[in-house]
Design a protein around this ligand. Sequence first.
Ligand SMILES: Nc1ncnc2c1ncn2[C@@H]1O[C@H](COP(=O)(O)OP(=O)(O)OP(=O)(O)O)[C@@H](O)[C@H]1O
Ligand SMILES: [Mg+2]
Length: 357
Amino acid sequence: MVTVVVDNVSHTYTKPVVTVALVDIDLEFKHGGLYALLGPSGCGKTTLMKIIAGLLKPTKGRVLFDDKDVTDWPPRKRNVAMVFQFPVVYEMNVYDNIAFPLRNYGYSESEIRKRVYEVAELMGLKDVLKLSASKLDPAGRQKVAVARALVREPSVFLFDEPLSNLDPLSRMELRVKIKELQRRVKTTMIYVTHDQAEALTLADYIAVMNEGRVMQFDTPQNLYEYPRNTFVGFFIGNPGMNFVNCELVEQGLKCSDILYPLSSREVEFLRKYGGEFVLGIRPEYIRVEVKQGLAKAKCSIREDLGTAVLLHLETAGGVVVKAKLPPVTAVKEGDEVFIDFPREKVRIFTKSGELVL
Ligand SMILES: Nc1ncnc2c1ncn2[C@@H]1O[C@H](COP(=O)(O)OP(=O)(O)OP(=O)(O)O)[C@@H](O)[C@H]1O
Ligand SMILES: [Mg+2]
């Protein structure tokens, strides 16, 4: 169990073309924690994992394991276990696949047997130990890869999109298994995904990345309630936060035909940041009323999502927002309603997208 510190790391690939993959990354993964790196394709997640694993040397910065600078250490010395999207299984039975790293490290056969049985039990592989690993279904093969990572008792687990090739049901099943397993062995785990549901349900702490930078490193709840910028506000949530462009006036924020009232203290505070802002509110927090509210809006689309309905609402002045409401909601396409944005749920961002209030 180690604490992994990524200290001011940047990485630029030079071939085939110059590509800036990571910029000034500072992160601390505390020992025993379950962390996720979440971000769109190409944002630098795998590059960061490779740097932590020792498969790639950063162009700038250091990696520390428990205060030891390991930047120049080879992967083997770091004792990290990686599991990738496409599981690597060898043409041998499941038992030998799991035993493989232990044999490499020269463990005795009796110790190997003890450990293989332990992890096979944990991963639900006990009944298939004699089967050929390559004949298992994708979920089974990924379980073998996880078991093989686990059996070595590494200092850190690095999982890079291990579930993205599985069917939804196996994905959910294995996600729970991975969380259980991490809680049991308490090994620091960094889990890469571009699926927010996976990151939010799995991790205690999430680094949301975009274009080689960390946008926010926080708990799932804080990412949801207090996104530090519009990127996180939009990336987290299903659908993401609504954003409305506004102008600061004496009484509050004027967003086309909506005047969103603010206290004079709030207006004064905002004035330091300029005259234009973005008002953010999550679809779940918009109030939709029949009789009165902040502004009148027309429902252009109603999407039934099963557990909720999503209303696309537009004011006469062209402000468009989505509201997520309980499935019993009676509003139909074409109906006129009133919308309201509860003050405690409204977040105000600068025009360039940084949270200010
Ligand atoms: N070996 C490489 N050589 C050159 N450029 C690379 C290499 N690996 C990645 N890149 C580039 O670096 C950037 C970051 O890539 P990276 O694979 O780290 O992103 P990612 O977040 O893991 O994406 P994905 O979700 O698609 O796996 C991308 O622009 C990518 O094209
Ligand atoms: Mg990747």
